[in-house]
Write a protein that binds this ligand. Sequence first.
Ligand code: GLN
Length: 237
Amino acid sequence: MSTESVLRIVWIYPDLLSTYGDRGNLLILARRAAMRGIPVETYSVRSDQPMPSTADIYLIGGGEDGPQALAAQRLINDGGLHRAVNQGAAVLAICAGYQLFGHSFFAKGAKCPGLGLLDLHSDRGETRAVGEIRGDIDPRLGLPPLSGFENHGGRTHLGPGAAPLARVTAGVGNDGQTEGAWHGKILGTYSHGPALARNPAIADLLLRWAIGADSLSPVDDTWPEKLRAERLAAAGA
Ligand code: GLN
């Protein structure tokens, strides 16, 4: 990895975890940084490669149970992501990636150890949660409502060390009441769609966390706002 002034974004294990357009999160972050004149380098790190620990933002996506369990095992064995988080990297973890940030999750009927980087654990629900999701984000984060698409069999239970990302207003999320979690600079959510296309304010939050800025110069969000309006309305229908 190169010079300090470049914003380095890692997309974790595209070969295992990338459903429902989750790669879009990488494209959107890089684009929104570039629009502010922030030099960006992006890295796609496959599951057979060592995980660098010196990047600024890490993105991890959703996946089916088998790849999810394998990804967790490899990330635990590798240790690079733990080092990155301990050094203050920002993280966006989606669905399977969100579950594996917790202490444990279920895949193919078996309980699997997670990374333990978010104080939560996941079990299975009686039905799959599939469809539009919408929620009011924790006011401390100062963001507009969350919009996404969810498709998961797991249900997630937060411990005292993690705060819900949002209160659910449509869909299921963690348990029908809350959706996602955050702690420090780690955000986890069940929202695909991809999440950052539907929630550009979350992209900007991750950028602000990564560069240590209170605000960023505004960009033209006409099209993302049209998408949000359409999807938020669809979730309410
Ligand atoms: N395999 C997990 C579940 O079904 C996550 C699914 C996903 O990432 N879409 O709960």
